[in-house]
Structure formats: C-alpha cells, structure tokens
Write a protein that binds this ligand. Structure first.
Ligand SMILES: [Fe+2]
Length: 169
C-alpha cells in the first residue's frame, strides 16, 4: 500500500500492530513452556489472554474503519521474538545445556519486556493518530491496550526485581 495521508499511515500502523499481536499470541505459549518459574508462567499465561482481547479490539477498529487487518508481517516484533526464541530453542541456543534456570528466566523476562516496549511505543503512535483524525473512540480503545501493556511491563519488572534477578545472580 502506498501511503499518502495520515489515515493511510494510521491503517498501516494498525495492521503492523495486528501482525505483532498475532505473533505474540503464537510466541507466548512457548515462553510459558520454557520457564519453570510459577509466577512467570502465570504472568505469561495472563498476558496471552489479554493479548487475545487486544487483537479483537484491533478487529473492532478495522471494522469501524471499513478496512481489513491485511497480511503484512511486523518485522520489528518478528526480530524480537526471534531473538527470544534463541534462548529457548535448544538446537539454536547460544546458552549452554546446563544453563541455570534463573538465568534463563531473566533472559525470558528481558525478551518479553522488549516486546512490551515496542508495543507501548506503537500503540502510543496509533492513539495519537486516531486523535488527530478525529476518532476519539478508537483512540480510547488504543489507549486501553497501551495501559495494559504498561501494566504487563510493570509486572515483569516486579517479578524480575523481587525474585528472578536475585536468584539468577
Ligand atoms: Fe499486546
């Protein structure tokens, strides 16, 4: 799609986010499986459910706009997930087989937080465009997702600081 105005750029950003959420929905179950930490497992599981709702929220916005989610790939999230997967895929892993579980958990949190920060930034951009375009209802939906991402990021920081990083050290 050739972009020539803010509405088209807004739709492009939404499609990018839609691809991001779809990729995250595929990746989170692998992260749940990779960690042995109960708190972290629960945080990833919870975020999987939240992410499915976020994807639906985007679908609502697309239907309001009479547009479709497209089939492009968010390369930014693809790269972050790929880096994260290198921690958990044994055949590609640059970690030793006998890696300390807490160090692996610390790496998983670092990777998940990169995803959150990407999304926080992208949702902030999309929300601002929605406001600019006079679409306050959509801006509010995007803001809601943004707040959920901030909350998920905070929870991960909390888990890292209270248990995992201490144990990893
Ligand atoms: Fe998300």
């Amino acid at each position: 799609m050739a972009i020539s105005n803010l509405r088209e750029l807004y739709i492009y950003e939404l499609q990018d986010l839609y691809s991001a959420e779809s990729q995250i929905i595929d990746a989170l179950p692998k992260m749940v499986e990779a960690t042995d930490d109960a708190m972290l497992k629960r945080a990833f599981e919870k975020h999987l459910e939240v992410t499915k709702e976020q994807k639906k929220r985007l679908e609502r916005i697309f239907s309001q706009l009479n547009e479709n989610p497209g089939n492009g790939t968010c390369e930014g999230i693809r790269g972050i997930i790929k880096e994260g997967e290198s921690f958990i895929k044994k055949e590609k892993s640059f970690f030793r087989e006998d890696i300390d579980k807490d160090v692996l958990n610390a790496a998983l949190i670092g990777s998940a937080q990169r995803v959150e920060h990407y999304e926080i930034s992208a949702y902030g951009t999309a929300r601002t465009y929605a406001n600019r375009l006079g679409l306050p209802e959509q801006a509010a939906l995007l803001q809601k997702t943004l707040e959920e991402e901030v909350e998920a990021d905070r929870e991960l920081t909390n888990i890292a600081e209270t248990s995992i990083n201490a144990e990893a050290a």
